[in-house]
Design a protein around this ligand. Sequence first.
Ligand code: NDP
Ligand code: A1CAB
Length: 269
Amino acid sequence: MAQQSIGFIGAGNMATSLAGGMVAKGIRPARIWMSDPSRDRLEEVSQLHRVHVSTENRDVAGRVDVLVLAVKPQMMQAVCEDLRDLIADRQPLVISIAAGVTVANLRSWLGETPIVRCMPNTPSLVQAGATGLYAAEGVSDEQKAMAKEILGSVGLTFWFAEEKELDAVTAVSGSGPAYFFLLMESLIEAAKAQGLDPATARQMVLQTAWGAAQLAIASEAGPDVLRQQVTSPGGTTAAALNVFEEAGFREQVQAAVAAARERSEELAG
Ligand SMILES: NC(=O)C1=CN([C@@H]2O[C@H](COP(=O)(O)OP(=O)(O)OC[C@H]3O[C@@H](n4cnc5c(N)ncnc54)[C@H](OP(=O)(O)O)[C@@H]3O)[C@@H](O)[C@H]2O)C=CC1
Ligand SMILES: O=C(O)[C@@H]1CCC=N1
């Protein structure tokens, strides 16, 4: 990977997942900077990943080649406007990971600079991320390659030609890990309710989730076929799946993803 320095504005869950994943992948921590108002948080991140930290966003934005904006969407305007003069001078590649915040929003707050919007997810921490990317007009091929290299160091990357598509990406892969974690939580609770001890319940559920994902990735067959292979006619799986189907599980997933997409659109303001 090239030797550009990378700065994160905001050292929250997603930024630390990305930075931690990048360091674990072999990117030198000395190339990574992070800023956040919380000294405690920065101390924790620097202990864990050995990256440079600062409580001053301008200190980070003034020294890096690639600036990753990783604050909550609601904070983005104030954060960008504070950096506007530095951005005008330095013209770094800006990568925003914020849900819903559009290139038009970012341009109006930051001024002219190359902008890539992306939607990563927290499994990036273990190099198992999935990131959707969209390059605004004016981003060079070299800058696109740089963005792909950074996000690609922590998982799979997918380019989208239309910015609007990122709302669907947010609802599917951005928020998606939480849907699977909810299923894991619920299955652990159910296992405990059936009398398994908590530690065993947790391990068995996580191994089952990991195994199912690995099998689905490795297999040519789709998840529908793999589901059928588990489901013996008149057996236990059929009894469980009937409960899910009767409760409208599929419709609930459709509605949940539509709600996430709608929220992503609302965040654009
Ligand atoms: N979490 C996820 O799975 C994903 C999140 N995202 C996007 O990533 C962004 C961050 O989300 P997430 O990591 O979950 O949120 P967090 O709240 O965990 O992280 C945001 C961080 O920014 C800090 N912060 C607040 N104000 C400022 C400021 N003025 N300057 C610098 N840092 C500041 C916050 O500090 P404090 O807590 O003290 O306010 C917090 O540490 C969002 O825009 C979200 O849409 C995208 C994909 C997935
Ligand atoms: O919940 C959120 O808004 C962010 C975006 C995708 C995942 N977390």
